[in-house]
Write a protein that binds this ligand. Structure first.
Ligand code: CP3
Length: 353
């Protein structure tokens, strides 16, 4: 495996000294880039793009070629696991994901328990190996998965949801059934991330996009606890050189201390959390990642620069901060604005170290 020439992200995640604050952007490879839209067209669709290692690798590298970012993130999706479990995933242009065969009863859950998703997911490991080779140590590659709870929302609702009616009804009506589904997903996700690590990724992130729709006690039981099991399992496998683990529960202000005590190395924050307060609360245990409001990228350059400065000021002096947006970059952002963000973080952040 090539040695990393730029390991500032890994050092910041491990709260080791750095000379500037590392930056990467959630959804950095995506529709706001014309070269991404061209490759997706060539692939014949988003899922084909994910499932063709050469093209997934090409798209992963696009933002790295264009901007001075400190990490690449594997191009894939969190729904590759439900797809590999046979739920029939489609992406209809402009509509988001649809699962043809959602989970609605115990028979469905047991059928999923019998599936062997890692067999179908070999393409993801192929994409990791190819991308690691092409990156040649320029920056680390981040692997990822969805949290069991977030995957379960799509698997039970069958699509994106506003009110999460089906899955929350399941939670209060048939908690054992949901518990069994989350057990299956925890094991599958731990195996999936372990396989990405074995294939070469240098950090991993778990996206818990929908943890924030739960009441606090339900969050602890149905979202945090399954993530805890994955973290424990990954840490067991790690020796002297840990692969840093980032957990991101969007919209979960009350759960930050709980997240930080899972044993993970870093916690991702959305833009509603004040970074300085989060640091005071959990900054001695974990690194923090975030948290510029993605909508700031529609603002004039001087506003982007001052908002960047604000975030750096909130975190304050010292290592343990990874600059990112508070959620994924939006498709209508002008790529030139990303260059403004990158320059601002590169220009201002050395003063904090
Ligand atoms: O960050 C990166 O650059 C890596 C790629 C990545 C994608 N999805 C590519 C993608 C990552 C890390 C994800 C994670 C993901 N996928 C999450 C968690 C993160 C988050 O945003 O909260 C979720 C909830 C999904 C499920 C998903 N995938 C949805 C709801 C959608 C449709 C929404 C939309 O933006 O249209 C997707 C599609 C998707 N995943 C796209 C990309 C680039 C757009 C597909 C396209 O090209 O048309």
């Amino acid at each position: 495996m090539p040695r990393l020439q730029n390991d500032v992200l890994i050092r910041a995640l491990l709260r080791q000294p750095v000379e500037r604050t590392p930056l990467w952007i959630m959804r950095q490879a995506g529709r706001y880039l014309p070269e991404y839209r061209a490759t997706r067209k060539r692939a014949g669709g988003f899922l084909k793009l994910c499932k063709t290692p050469e093209l997934a690798c090409e798209v992963t590298l696009q933002p790295i070629e264009r901007f001075e970012l400190d990490a690449a993130i594997l191009f894939s999706d969190i729904l590759t696991i439900p797809d590999a479990m046979g739920l029939g995933l489609h992406f209809n242009e402009g509509e988001g994901p649809v699962l043809e065969r959602p989970v609605s009863n115990m028979r469905d859950v047991e059928r999923i328990g019998q599936s062997e998703p890692m067999v179908a997911l070999e393409y993801v490991c192929d994409a990791v190996r190819l991308t690691i080779r092409e990156l040649d140590g320029r920056v680390p590659l981040i692997g990822f998965a969805g949290s069991p709870w977030t995957l379960a929302t799509y698997m039970v609702e069958g699509q994106s949801s506003r009110d999460f009616r089906k899955i929350k009804a399941m939670l209060y009506r048939e908690p054992e059934m949901l518990g069994r589904l989350l057990d299956i997903l925890s094991s599958a996700t731990a195996a999936y991330l372990a396989a990405q690590i074995a294939a070469g990724v240098q950090a991993v992130m778990i996206f818990d996009t929908w943890g924030g729709v739960l009441a606090h006690d339900a969050y602890l039981k149905f979202s945090l606890e399954p993530m805890q099991r994955i973290v424990t399992r990954l840490l067991q496998d790690q020796g002297e050189c840990p692969v840093p683990i980032i957990l991101f529960s969007k919209g979960v202000q009350n759960g930050l201390t709980d997240l930080a005590t899972t044993g993970c190395h870093a916690v991702g924050l959305d833009w509603t959390t004040e970074l300085g307060q989060a640091r005071a609360l959990i900054g001695t245990r974990v690194a923090l990642q975030g948290n510029l409001d993605p909508v700031v990228l529609y603002a004039p350059d001087r506003v982007i620069r001052s908002e960047v400065k604000k975030i750096l000021d909130q975190y304050g002096q010292g290592s343990g901060h990874v600059f990112n947006l508070g959620h994924g970059i939006q498709q209508y952002v002008d790529p030139e604005k990303v260059a403004v963000l990158v320059d601002a973080v590169r220009e201002f952040s050395p003063a904090y170290h």
